[in-house]
Design a protein around this ligand. Structure first.
Ligand SMILES: C[S@@+](CC[C@H](N)C(=O)[O-])C[C@H]1O[C@@H](n2cnc3c(N)ncnc32)[C@H](O)[C@@H]1O
Ligand code: SF4
Length: 380
């Protein structure tokens, strides 16, 4: 263990925690406020460059603490300018962060991971086949956005109208509502107006439908909600998203109706991955309209992104357009999501760590040889 990894990382501490940390070394609350500005508005990582802080305090801080992002193992930029960072955490685990610019490339969303892997095994999602799963810490979640800003040189926090990294989608690896506390701490840091300053209106949290946590997410964070719906009957949803057996459609739709803050100005996004012959008929589209009746809803139709070993095919463009047209004819927005970053495997559902791919292929060899135990059978 090197010297810096023994020191406490100040990134990821809430304002109260940072204030308490400063109090523990005898510093007044206004010091925590100054420090917060350096960490989250200026993006400074070197205490000795925090010029509004006295030399003595700079040195005391440097003795005890570090300001650290997750390690970027690789940065890849797609021909379509999507950028992906493969991250390595202190325990050797990996996750990915992706920046997806808008068409005009003046703004864009950072897609952030909430877990290493995911326990939920949705059949169409590569992340769900990863064996190793752990929650990311608040530091690892905030750190993803910070390293994206490092990469684009967007420090100090630019004005909201001139930022490239303008939005956040919690749509990377993992189920954010299965790691609510750390996601909430991280998002509160990110939303703080004296720091990173991304408004809750520019943050979307996507969930596969963890019904009991949806109300809390709305009440405590007030971010936009996206639901990975993907099927209109319990029968099909049970098949492709096992979480539906725990929280079936009726309960999920009720939780959407109860979601605090949803309105016509802030609609709930229903994500719908288009799977050939599974969920893509016009009858499915009609049922979808029936399901969301009365809800402030909009849709995002996602052409299925295949990955090695996946069981599904993407619906034809003709079928996707017909599905989209029917929904739009009924007054809802239903754009077809353009796949971005396919050449760097950065598209939705393709995220899965490199080392995990290697481990899994080794594991497949073990399974073939009959030497893998029950806990380590690959899900795909
Ligand atoms: C990877 S998930 C992460 C957030 C959360 N766990 C969820 O399911 O909403 C983000 C989105 O990617 C979608 N997705 C997963 N695998 C996909 C694939 N192979 N092709 C297209 N979209 C996919 C998910 O359904 C979900 O809407
Ligand atoms: S779609 Fe979301 S919930 Fe399902 S396995 Fe992938 S990351 Fe997990």
């Amino acid at each position: 263990m090197n010297d810096s990894s023994q020191k406490t990382n100040l990134i990821g501490l809430s304002r109260d925690q940072l204030t308490a940390e400063m109090a523990s070394i005898g510093e007044k609350p206004f010091r925590a406020k100054q420090l917060w500005h350096w960490l989250y508005n200026r993006g400074e990582t070197d205490f000795l460059k925090m010029t509004s802080i006295s030399k003595v305090m700079q040195e005391r801080l440097a003795e005890r603490y570090v300001v650290r992002r997750p390690l970027v193992e690789r940065e890849l930029t797609s021909v379509d300018t999507t950028r992906k960072w493969l991250l390595k955490f202190d325990d050797g685990n990996e996750a990915e962060t992706v920046y997806i610019p808008d068409e005009d490339e003046q703004r864009g969303a950072v897609c952030i991971s909430s877990q290493v892997g995911c326990t939920l095994t949705c059949k169409f999602c590569h992340t769900g086949t990863q064996l190793l799963v752990r929650n990311l810490t608040a530091a690892e979640i905030v750190g993803q956005f910070m390293l994206a800003r490092d990469s684009y040189g967007e420090w100090p926090t630019p004005d909201d109208t001139t930022r490239l990294l303008s939005n956040i989608v919690m749509m990377g690896m993992g189920e954010p509502l299965y790691n609510f506390d750390n996601v909430a701490t991280a998002l509160k840091i990110i939303m703080d107006g004296e720091g990173i300053g991304i408004s809750r209106r520019r943050i979307t949290l996507s969930t596969s439908g963890v019904v009991p946590m949806m109300g809390r997410a709305g009440a405590e964070l007030g971010v936009n909600l996206a639901i990975s719906l993907h099927a209109v009957t319990d029968e099909v949803r049970n098949q492709i998203m096992p979480i539906n057996k725990k929280y079936p459609l009726k309960e999920l739709m009720q939780a959407c109706r109860d979601y605090p803050g949803a309105s016509n100005a802030r609609r709930i996004t229903f994500e719908y991955v288009m799977l050939k012959g599974i969920n893509d008929s016009l009858a499915d589209a009609r049922e979808l309209l029936r399901l969301v009746k009365g809800l402030p809803a909009k849709f995002n139709l996602i052409p299925f992104n295949p990955w090695p070993g996946s069981d599904y095919e993407c619906s034809s463009m003709r079928d996707i357009r017909a599905f989209s047209d029917l929904i739009q004819d009924n007054g809802y927005s239903a754009p077809i999501r353009k796949s971005r970053g396919a050449d760097i495997l950065a598209a939705c559902g393709q995220l899965r760590s490199e080392s995990q791919r290697q481990k899994c292929s080794r594991l497949n060899e073990r399974v073939a040889a009959g030497i893998a135990d029950d806990h380590h059978i690959p899900a795909a």
